[in-house]
Design a protein around this ligand. Sequence first.
Ligand code: HEM
Length: 442
Amino acid sequence: MTVSQLNNSIVPPGPDTSHDITVTEQDFYRLGDWFKTYGDIFLVPQVTRKGSMLVINHPDAIKQVLVTNSKNYAKGVGFELVKMLLGNGIIVSDGATWWRQRRMIQPAFNKKVIAELTQQMKDINLRLLEKWRVLAQQQAIIDITEETNALALEIILRALFSTDFDAICEKCGENPFAILTDDSARDLKLVVKYRALTKLVGELVEQRRARAEKPLDWLSIFLDARDKESGEPMTDMEMIDEVMTMIVAGSETSATTMNWTWYRLSQHPDVEQKVHDVVDQASYDRIPGIEHLDELAYIRQVVEEVLRLYPPVWLFTRKTLEDDTIAGYRVAAGTDIAISPYYIHRHAAFWENPDAFDPERFAPEQEKKRNKYAYIPFSAGPRRCIGDFFAIVEAQIHFGLMTRHFTLEHIADKPVELQPGVNLRTKHPIHMRIKPRTIADS
Ligand code: HEM
């Protein structure tokens, strides 16, 4: 037994049958049932893994594991599969390796760098604007899931490689990274193709290293980074792992967020109207830049509410390094822990009317009243998402531009259902009719 209650040796409640919790659709619903049956903390005996998994769904316990006692927790079983693809990249590594990488990568995410990178985000969105203009004139039906996938992927690839991205596409005849967002390629073949991409990234690293003039992008920053203690740069293998980590961690998460946001806007005319009022009155000329983001605070609220209802990373894990006590239960070293942003975000004790879409929850005065650890779309503590600001800026620029020009009307050809996997996506692509809002676009 790995977990026992203090003093009287009672274990937390939980199912009798053994089960390995993973990020499948079945487990998504299974967890929901278990929270209803057993409450905020329960224990699930595991089949192939050692001991039981402790599932926690209370802000105090979450704070303890992610923040106050975070040193006692490694990333855990949920990241083992990802490790196969991402080697020892920052998202899967632990301890000294992680800390070294985090310190070397952090400068790529400081606000000044992101402010510079917004120029690329703007250019990509302006090109998309021209494409959507033509489609809006015909009131065409677009696959917004595909559009947001392609958008988010290009934004990450240009943040990493800037104009080298054009050279890669030219050389390959297409965007070779597109397979990462292509649904039909999500099988074992993907692993093989993934390996080919790592080779390509290796070549890019090599070429960039040889260049005297380096553009400002993440690849240059990673190449210039030095370990604080040894003064050593990253090895080629580390560079490849980190570049692939950024692509995998930063594109689908942002894409699903924008996909769900367009869908939700189409379902709530009052919210959409408020967004239109905000963008119509904002002071930017064509497209918002980093200096306009305060004016787009309401768009941020909408996106934050989308991230509450549909946190892309809906489940993640930790493992205790030494014994701890969580919510009065003694937890032995080596115990697996699962945390679900989705379920804590819909916990009725911490959210009023939790299933309702209401961006006003994120108005500044409301935010103060909230328990900080009942909202963790980007996790919390030292392992909090490094790309959180980037992702919000990306969405604000996209919606700040596009909602000025277009309104997207949902085509109810298929039910909009959740598809829980590594990310919480929509089961079917979402189709929308694109309509112009302004005379210039009609
Ligand atoms: C809406 C968009 C995003 C969401 C919801 C999201 C969510 C998360 C979550 C929940 C974690 C932490 C998991 C844990 O605690 O175990 C995380 C970590 C991470 N994310 Fe994001 N992410 C997003 C966008 C991005 C972007 C745009 C990038 C980079 C380009 C990025 C890069 C990373 C990295 C490198 C880590 C690991 C950080 C570390 O362990 O030090 N993410 N993300």
